[in-house]
Design a protein around this ligand. Structure first.
Ligand code: FAD
Ligand code: SF4
Length: 518
């Protein structure tokens, strides 16, 4: 009897541990497209298309290698468990083999399905990552506080990446102070090479047509679809980034600019999260660019920190803290997500830009996610679970192990300080400093009350007033809280009244579980 090798949509790696010791002559690879994965949160079309197109290309790559693929195209089964049950009944495998899923709930469902079907299931370590959940748990054990910086230094030492004579290359672990540039008044250099586009081939065009038809009411568009959907294209995308944008990545990694979705970012997250691209290859290419004088150390360290540091760290947190993590709500935030998160239709220019490009491409860069969409939801007091569902639905790179700690922890402070040592709160002035969004906006980031008051600035002060007693316990908030003392009782009342009006105006009725807001 064959063994059934389960390959999920984010496990598209021919070198995966799932294939170790397996034999194309005897064993069968199982893959399934199921509607539930696109509808359990209201996926944007680009995310569905990236997953389906990449899966179908991977099916072809497997067949070329001689594998028999038991592939369930969308429409046959509603859930993964249904599709798996059908295959087990027809193929009668002796055993199921898989690499650990990227979502706690999916892993649990497949394990219970295997038990119910009375087939042994072997779950293997995902060697795509450089740190296993067990190694992370060891790092975390006995520490009062977890901090990414210490984990990252350990990873540098363990892997030898950017190390020289047992110390960090350039004598510093961290070049963050060099990496906070803005584009000033001129904006980014428009002559730079735009990122390489990957025009849809026949397989991808079929997927696009399918998504347009089957998921017609889902948010977003596919007219600009150009994501890499194979391992070879992912390598080309990496090469393009290393040659054309890495050198400026560090300096401008936090900056934002109107109608410029990519700037100096790599666009490699989806390729890596679907396992089409090995993070070791990405890290090595960046390090080589520095060693051969093609990119400055600050940029290369800043980039490697994201992958060797943050990416591994959030995965460690996820497996350490699930399943309870997803329901944490430290600040007791219970507002509904404003409807405009699903349409981009708002007069706040920064949000309209960040959400607009998110729906169009399934992409926004880190600071847009953290300090525009995430910041507004935090200040507004949206329930972190709803914020989590939105982020899981709208980005092409969204897989729960990476999305959840970033959203619930880093951006919403829902875990009370595990991911971030303090809430990432700021007024509209931060957005004004880091972008040119405010120049095209009807609001004024310097004003917290009155008809031109920027809703971010109003809600920022309101947030500090609301949570002052709790935030006072956090040393790192003292500077921000000190400014509160300058507000008179009258000003406080005005801010609170203006914040109430902002909430009334934004409303949450368009929440996708209720009425579809378009
Ligand atoms: P670049 O800016 O070029 O960065 C290089 C790589 O570093 C990325 O491809 C990514 O693999 C890694 N990286 C950077 N920051 C992080 C981080 N904070 N955590 C983990 N990896 C990081 N990233 C995802 O991959 N999937 C998500 O679902 C996701 N959700 C997020 C939600 C919120 C609220 C926030 C604040 C961040 C989220 N991130 C997520 C992290 C980050 O925003 C994206 O990885 C990045 O924007 C992807 O674009 P890029 O490939 O151009 O990245
Ligand atoms: Fe955003 Fe406020 Fe700036 Fe408008 S003024 S773009 S709402 S930060």
């Amino acid at each position: 009897r064959p063994r059934l090798i389960l390959v999920l949509g984010d496990q598209l790696d021919l070198q995966s541990a799932a294939f170790d010791g397996c034999d194309p002559k005897r064993d069968v690879v199982w893959m399934a497209e199921v509607a539930a994965e696109s509808t359990k949160v209201w996926n944007v079309k680009a995310r569905i298309a990236v997953f389906l197109a990449s899966m179908r290309h991977f099916r072809e790559a497997l067949r070329e290698k001689g594998w028999r693929v038991d592939y369930h195209e969308i429409g046959k089964h509603e859930t993964l468990v249904e599709a798996l049950s059908a295959s087990v009944l027809s193929l009668k495998p002796s055993e199921l083999i898989m690499v650990q899923a990227g979502e706690w709930g999916v892993q649990r469902d497949l394990e219970s399905a295997a038990a119910e079907l009375s087939v042994p299931l072997e779950v293997r370590e995902d060697r795509h990552f450089l740190c296993t959940p067990a190694e992370f748990a060891k790092h975390a054990a006995g520490r009062k506080q977890l901090r990414m910086e210490f984990f990252y230094r350990e990873m540098r030492q363990r892997t030898g990446v950017l190390m020289e004579n047992d110390g960090p290359a350039g004598g510093q672990w961290n070049f963050d102070h060099d990496n906070r540039g803005t584009f000033g008044k001129e904006g980014p250099d428009l002559l730079r090479m735009p990122p390489k586009r990957f025009m849809p081939d026949k397989i991808t065009r079929e997927v696009i047509a399918l998504v347009e038809e089957r998921f017609a009411k889902h948010p977003g568009t596919l007219t600009d679809f150009d994501w890499p959907v194979t391992a070879a294209q992912s390598l080309e995308a990496l090469e393009d980034f290393i040659v054309h944008r890495l050198a400026d990545f560090g300096q401008y990694q936090d900056a934002m600019w109107m109608n410029e979705p990519w700037l100096y970012h790599s666009r490699l997250s989806a390729a890596m999260n679907l396992k089409m691209l090995d993070p070791r290859v990405v890290i090595a290419a960046a390090e080589k660019a520095w060693r051969s004088g093609k990119a400055p150390l600050a940029a290369v360290e800043g980039f490697i920190r994201q992958i060797l540091g943050w990416r591994e760290y959030v995965r460690g947190i996820y497996w350490l803290k699930m399943p309870d993590y997803v329901r944490l709500n430290e600040m007791q935030a219970h507002e509904k997500l404003p409807a405009f998160y699903w349409t981009g239709k708002t007069d706040m220019n920064c949000l309209s830009q960040a959400i607009g490009q998110t729906l169009r491409y399934g992409y926004a860069h880190h600071i847009q996610r953290l300090m525009v969409t995430g910041l507004f939801a935090l200040l507004y007091g949206v329930d972190p679970y709803q914020v989590h569902e939105w982020y899981l639905a709208v980005y092409v790179d969204a897989v729960e192990w990476v999305e959840l700690p970033n959203t619930l922890g880093m951006s919403q402070y829902g875990d009370g300080g595990l991911m971030a040592s303090k809430p990432y709160v700021a007024s509209g002035k931060y957005i004004q400093r880091m972008s040119n969004y405010c120049t095209g906006c009807k609001y004024d980031p310097a004003q917290s009350t009155g008809p031109k008051a920027c809703p971010f600035t109003t809600l920022y002060w309101d947030y500090l007033l609301q949570h002052e007693p709790r935030l006072k316990k956090n040393q790192r908030m003292s500077m921000q809280l000190k400014n509160l003392t300058r507000l008179s009782a009258e000003q406080r009342g005005e801010i609170q009244e203006q914040a109430r009006r902002v909430r009334e105006r934004c409303g949450g009725e368009g929440w996708w579980r209720g009425v579809i807001p378009i």
